[in-house]
Write a protein that binds this ligand. Structure first.
Ligand code: B12
Ligand code: SF4
Length: 507
């Protein structure tokens, strides 16, 4: 059987003029996972439009599989329609299909709701027998006994971070704006691999650097502890995402740093306390955000902070306050997002019921454009404030001020080079992507990550660099897209933000 698996891209990622590095970071892990269920004699290829334009005319498969995100929905349907017009069977799955299955079904022969590990093998049997159903819904959630991910189908040289990995699915929390609850509806919404299987997968990956794409790698304490302990001595440097409360939890961060963690994506989301309750971001409420940053830095872990603008408690002052706070904390990289209610989320239902959604042009649901009616400012103010936040955080003066918060000259220079490397050298990234040389920059990233944690072994908290041998965390964090993942702010007078604007209730 000939199978083509496609990850369609949003327009920006395929621009002939400029290719942002963020689209050349990670390979299509979901599709490589599904490819693992095919037979050895099946002819399969994975086509990632973020890095390579698809030539439709050349392609005559028996089966097309398309992974659909909200921002790539339009392109996905366009491709699906084109294949179906020539009689090819099209299977659509992924987050957007799960959120809006009826919309997707108009462009597909079969749609898949939720993760594919249980439904996909059932479909393959049905398809080979000539009896595929129109709709498959995931219910059985486990990561036990998965076939090996078909990493051999990934063109590693096209990605800066070919070693992306997930060892769990979902998250134990329930934030209002998150894709998670809708996607995992009907079964478990947080589950992990067996520790041994996760360690074996890590061991199979070449080189030193890893990026865990798990929503919340620290979400199951027992699993995380065993995983980090098992990784000690493997000589890896790695990046991941975690919540504010998990950073503050005793001992877990230290174990992660000892195993090579050098950069953590943290969803602070907002510097306005009242926003957190509104978004059911309970695990952030009452947390001391400044302490989170300090704790990470003390452990030798760089911070990639994520913030969302446009929540109902935000006024036009939110941009400057957020940027000032982040710079004053010495946060290395930050991602900013305009709040975007994704179909399927509780936030979307609420906004829609209130008549506040502006349109259903999914291409524009990219967290850079306003798709709902904001309350505390106009849509224009929200968009321009968002752009200003990026500009101000990454202007040389801002980077220098952030670097100056570090006590050691070495740390200052590293901060300066790292933050500058991501945002100030975008034309260089563009060139590397076009010449397919982007993987050659990985040693630089490893070196930056390696140097960050190394000197911390004898530091105040003592644990971080001790085993990591190396480790600083690199700029991949600067471009990570997880629009918003949690954990909240609290400040002290020294942060430059009025402490009354931060949550004080402890959960
Ligand atoms: C890595 C990543 C990226 C990477 C690369 C994507 C890639 N190569 O796959 C980059 C940086 C390019 C990226 C960009 C963006 N991303 Co992104 N990204 C992720 C992240 C962190 C991990 C995805 C992943 O690899 N998961 C692990 C694999 C194993 O799972 P999976 O891909 O979901 O695949 C499984 C199922 O979905 C299912 N499945 C998928 N397709 C199909 C098809 C069939 C037929 C079947 C049977 C099953 C099936 O089976 C797979 C195995 O279980 C997710 C968060 C998340 N947890 O999903 C956000 C996420 C997907 N991104 C998101 C967003 C919003 C974006 C951006 C718009 C952000 C921005 N502001 O720029 C852009 C644009 C995306 C686009 N191309 O249109 C949202 C999507 C929301 C939505 N409803 O679609 C997420 C969920 C984050 C969030 N905050 O909510 N992203
Ligand atoms: S936003 Fe982050 S913490 Fe909240 S449910 Fe989603 S993945 Fe979990």
């Amino acid at each position: 059987m000939r199978v083509t698996m496609i990850l369609p891209a949003l327009t920006e990622a395929t621009s002939p003029f400029f290719r942002p590095i963020k689209y050349s970071l990670f390979p299509p892990l979901g599709l490589a996972t599904l490819a693992g269920y095919l037979r050895p004699d099946d002819e399969v290829r994975i086509w990632d439009e973020h890095v390579r334009r698809l030539d439709l005319d050349d392609d005559r498969p028996d089966l097309v599989v398309i992974q659909v995100y909200v921002t790539s929905a339009r392109r996905s349907y366009e491709l699906a329609d084109a294949y179906r017009a020539r009689g090819v069977f099209v299977a659509l799955g992924g987050l957007h299909v799960t959120a809006l299955p009826d919309e997707a079904a108009a462009h597909a022969d079969a749609v898949f709701l939720g993760p594919g590990e249980d439904t996909w093998p059932v479909f393959l049997d049905d398809f080979r027998r000539g009896e595929p159903r129109r709709r498959y819904e995931s219910r059985q959630r486990t990561l036990d006994g998965l076939p090996p991910i078909r990493r051999d189908l990934i063109e590693r040289h096209r990605y800066l971070v070919p070693n992306s990995i997930v060892v769990s699915r979902g998250c134990p929390h329930h934030c209002d704006f998150c894709y998670k609850d809708a996607f995992f509806d009907g079964g478990k919404s947080f589950y992990t691999q067996a520790v041994d299987a996760a360690l074996a997968e890590i061991d199979r990956l070449p080189g030193r650097h890893l990026y865990f794409l798990d929503d919340h790698l620290f979400g199951n304490r027992r699993f995380a502890t065993a995983l980090f302990d098992g990784m000690r001595g493997m000589g890896r440097v790695w990046q991941a995402a975690g919540t504010v409360d998990s950073v503050l939890a005793p001992d877990l961060l230290e174990r992660a740093a000892a195993a090579g963690l050098r950069s953590l994506f943290v969803g602070f989301e907002t510097v306005n306390a009242q926003n957190l309750a509104g978004q059911r971001k309970r695990q952030n409420i009452g947390r001391d955000y400044a302490a989170v940053v300090r704790r990470l830095h003390d452990a030798g872990v760089m911070v990639n902070a994520s913030f969302v603008f446009g929540m109902d408690g935000d006024g036009p002052d939110v941009f400057d306050r957020t940027v000032d706070w982040a710079i004053a904390q010495g946060i290395e990289t930050a991602t900013f997002h305009i709040m975007t209610p994704y179909p399927g989320t509780a936030l979307y239902q609420r906004m829609r019921a209130a008549g506040r959604m502006l349109h259903e042009d999914w291409d524009r649901y990219d967290t850079r454009q306003v798709v709902f009616a904001p309350q505390g400012m106009t849509a224009g103010e929200l968009e321009s404030g968002y752009r200003r936040a990026y500009r101000d955080f990454y202007r040389w003066g801002g980077i220098w001020r952030g670097a100056a918060t570090k006590a050691l000259l070495r740390d200052r220079l590293r901060h300066f080079a790292y933050a500058g490397g991501w945002k100030k050298f975008e034309p260089v990234w563009d060139l590397l992507i076009r010449s397919r040389q982007v993987l050659h920059a990985l040693p630089l990233l490893e070196a930056a990550l390696g140097s960050f944690g190394a000197h911390r072994s004898s530091g105040a908290h003592g644990s971080s660099g001790a085993h990591g041998s190396s480790g600083a965390r690199g700029g991949v964090s600067a471009t990570r897209d997880r629009s918003y993942c949690p954990r909240g702010p609290e400040s002290r007078p020294s942060t430059g933000l009025p402490s009354s604007t931060y949550p004080t209730v402890r959960t």
